[in-house]
Design a protein. Structure first.
Length: 255
């Protein structure tokens, strides 16, 4: 397969994935099954697929980033040159802080003055960065193809389902009026950065490690809510099946 064909598959395939992810941002308020009796099953599946994605795909990618940082980083990043995983910890703590700030407030924020609400602004900034990084990661598949893009679409859509359901439930006015559009724009910005950048820069590598920590705590937040609001069997099954699917796809790419 020539390079031009690979490039076309990568650009158009990744764009279709981004469109699918955007549809989650834009239409989650219409997903009535998330408010029904099976909601706990679906949210636990969302958490399980996210954790499988982190530990079966993203963490190995971070190991590669760590190797790239060591010879290329200059003195200005000194300590992180040897400890890039600390950024994943920083990301975990940052998004944990966002979830704690949200939990400390009212169960629903219905103030229409979006830009006057500190909590809403934090969610806007934090999850725009999150969405942009996911958009960029979609362009980073080593072997783009139908199977790879289908797998990424399913796993990331399930993951975003849990995040967006939580945000829409907590900030219904802000989510419908602003947040969903901002997250969608961030997705496309991340995707554009991926398709227009030939070499992965230092900033992108560092933000990838940062957002990985955010994905971990976001997934755990969906699986560790109040008692009775999660479903352990659905969580375990989704972790096993998603991990198996990711490893199988990776082995097929390498063969």
């Amino acid at each position: 397969m020539n390079l031009d064909m690979i490039s076309d598959v990568s650009v158009w395939g990744s764009l279709l994935v981004i469109c699918a992810l955007s549809s989650v941002h834009l239409t989650i308020h219409h997903w009535r099954f998330l408010n029904g009796p099976a909601a706990t099953h679906w949210l636990s599946i969302s958490a399980g697929t996210a954790l499988a994605y982190v530990f079966a795909y993203l963490m190995p990618k971070l190991a590669i980033i760590q190797d790239k940082l060591a010879p290329t980083a200059d003195a200005s990043v000194g300590f992180l040159r040897q400890h890039a995983y600390l950024l994943a910890l920083a990301g975990l703590l940052t998004y944990f802080g966002l979830s704690r700030i949200t939990a400390a407030g009212p169960s629903q924020v219905t103030d229409e003055r979006v830009f006057h609400n500190r909590v809403v602004l934090l969610q806007l900034i934090g999850y725009c960065l999150y969405s942009a990084q996911l958009g960029y990661l979609v362009t980073e598949l080593s072997q783009p193809g139908f199977a790879s893009y289908t797998l990424v679409t399913v796993i990331l859509c399930l993951h975003l389902m849990g995040i967006n359901h939580h945000l829409h439930h907590t900030f219904p006015v802000a989510y419908l009026g602003l947040l969903r559009y901002a997250y969608t724009a961030a997705l496309f910005c991340g995707w554009l950065a991926g398709v227009m950048t030939a070499n992965v820069g230092l900033f992108i590598m560092l933000t990838t490690t940062f957002v990985a920590g955010g994905i971990i705590i976001t997934a755990l937040r969906e699986e560790l809510p109040k008692e009775g609001e999660s479903h352990s069997i659905a969580f375990y099954v989704s972790v096993v099946l998603s991990t198996a699917a990711i490893l199988t796809a990776q082995s097929l790419q390498q063969s």
